[in-house]
Write a protein that binds this ligand. Sequence first.
Ligand code: NAD
Length: 255
Amino acid sequence: MRGLAGRRVLISGGSSGIGLAAAERFLAEESRVFIAGLDAGEVDGAVAGLRHRGEIAGLAGDVSTEADVTRIVAAAQEALGGLDILINNAGTSRRSAFLDITPGEWDRIIAVNLRGMFLVAQAVSRLLQQQGTGGAIVNMCSTNGIAGEEDYAHYNASKGGVLLLTKTMAVELGCYGIRVNALCPGYIRTPLNAAIAAGIGGDDFEEAYARDRIPLRRVGQAAEVAAAYAFLASDDASFIHGAALVIDGGQLAVM
Ligand SMILES: NC(=O)c1ccc[n+]([C@@H]2O[C@H](COP(=O)([O-])OP(=O)(O)OC[C@H]3O[C@@H](n4cnc5c(N)ncnc54)[C@H](O)[C@@H]3O)[C@@H](O)[C@H]2O)c1
């Protein structure tokens, strides 16, 4: 893809699932990559596993904590000598009926998925503005930020917030040459979804979900979302700004 070779890319949540696939994809595009994730062992394992593919480093931290975000962005800046692209991907989910969600569960999902997204986006945007180089930011939203899936009220609310955060960032940051877009994947097979599915039927749940809800009759793969990340961050998307790209096998097209 045009304009990714040599670009300096920070991927939050880059140690697992979609973020890990994104790290692989940006390395294949010859980008220089820094990943962050919640678990230090997982981050170190991902870096060790991908080192032979190109330049990659990483650091653990919690995106909902301001001090950790400051540390991560500073470490990425130091390792890569600045930044060009943010893949703002870290997030978490829990399945819980609206009537059962506790205030603690609500607060944690919003803290990671919305506050964390904001903290990382703001820290990187400030850096890009100071650099004066422009850049590209892709925020991880979801089809759940567009329509209200049952048993995910807290998650849906967090992702709905990311959608409007993205549009507002696009309005305010376009003048600095910083492009901002969102990705809205549907059901993607990752460790996060495997853990949720394990509690409600595993492969059988996934198969029934794909059959009943997804016109392409299958769930998505992390590499398919990573490809969309790469496209939106590349110069091939140079006039795409403030958009939310749905990548869901047709799920939201169903009436
Ligand atoms: N899997 C899907 O079907 C799907 C669909 C739409 C959107 N998403 C979004 O994609 C993103 C990645 O999800 P995934 O399915 O690859 O999950 P995953 O659990 O495989 O990976 C999540 C990543 O985020 C990191 N993370 C989680 N909480 C964190 C925190 N507090 N601080 C820092 N890092 C943290 C983890 O360390 C990990 O690297 C999430 O934002 C998720 O909401 C996933």
